[in-house]
Design a binder for this molecule. Structure first.
Ligand code: ZN
Length: 318
């Protein structure tokens, strides 16, 4: 075997090892014994290790870690909530419990209203069309060097990941190049939608939806693609009812809505969660966004108009 081929095989082997199968993926609630204490949300087996998804209750940032058993204290979900009740995570969770009733757009739709700018959220619902790459190119052109990396939130579905390997690799290359800092949000695995059905029985409210699958299969697909799931969740179609909303909270997740869906002509305010779709299905919102950043270019240059990191904005929400 020639040396080059051998080296390639070796690389493949190492790669497949790093994305080795995820087994026994499950909800697991607890607190780490390290200081400051982190909240444990999930546990699974990978590469012969026990791994955890944890969230820092002060910053709302998540990480994947391996921890020795004696550094994790298992708790019930109410026990976790009690332990973090005075942290930004506990307080945001309590606010979410009062936001669960709207059929559309329930959840956090605006964060820190003292911000001079907003958080950009980009949805990747299932689509047969390629990623709208120009929006990322324009973003980088508009905000660098004032912001580098540029904080953006991308909500992602399992079906999109299955069909857009190269587009996903492109997004990851923007992160490794230092252009973007992406907060990855679970947008459900299948993103079910039936154009024939009224909203109260559509999207995740369709009768045969398996919510466990929609949440946990998508998290596993994200992890297999080396994306760390954030603490947020966005409902497909921004549609939910009290029951499904409360069940998502019970996964430890914070649902996000939007008060500025650009394609619906909703104008961004300070601290808005602005929504556009970069999955090829919403050219209007993309055009609006590009014209908005062009109009604001002088303010971007003197840093009086910026994009904000979503976990930080929510943690500091006013
Ligand atoms: Zn969607």
């Amino acid at each position: 075997m020639n040396r080059l081929l051998f080296a390639c095989l070796l690389t493949l082997c190492v790669r497949s090892n790093t994305i080795a199968q995820i087994k026994a993926y499950r909800l697991f609630f607890g607190i780490t014994t390290q200081s400051p204490a982190q909240v444990v949300l999930r546990q699974w087996q990978q590469n012969a290790q026990t791994r955890y998804l944890i969230v820092n209750p002060q910053t709302l940032k998540t990480t994947v870690v391996t921890l020795p058993l004696n550094q994790v204290r298992a708790l019930t979900w109410p026990g976790v909530m009690q332990a973090v009740e005075r942290t930004p995570y506990g307080l945001t969770m309590r606010l979410e419990q009062q936001r669960d009733y709207n059929l559309q757009d329930a959840g956090i739709e605006r964060a820190d209203t003292t911000e001079r700018g907003f958080s950009l959220t980009i949805d990747l619902c299932p689509s047969t069309k390629p990623l709208t790459r120009p929006v990322f190119e324009q973003l980088i052109q508009a905000f660098e060097p004032e912001e580098k990396p540029i904080p953006v939130t991308i909500t992602i579905t399992g079906l999109w990941m299955e069909n857009h390997g190269q587009d996903l690799a492109y997004l990851k290359s923007l992160v490794s190049r230092g252009d973007l800092d992406i907060t990855w949000v679970n947008h459900s695995f299948h993103h079910r939608y039936d154009p024939q059905l009224p909203l109260p029985i559509n999207f995740l409210l369709e009768a045969t939806t398996d919510l466990n699958d929609e949440v946990l299969l998508n998290e596993q697909a994200m992890l297999k693609n080396s994306l760390t799931p954030s603490i947020f969740f966005r409902f497909p179609g921004l549609v939910s009812d009290k029951a499904v909303f409360d069940r998502v909270l019970a996964f430890g997740l914070l649902p996000i809505g939007s008060d500025a869906w650009l394609a619906k002509n909703q104008q961004p305010k300070q601290g808005s969660l602005v929504l556009i779709h970069a999955n090829g299905n919403e050219p209007l919102g993309i055009a609006d966004f590009i014209s908005l950043i062009r109009k604001k270019s002088a303010f971007i240059r003197n840093k009086t108009w910026l994009l904000y990191d979503l976990p930080t904005s929510v943690a500091q929400g006013k």
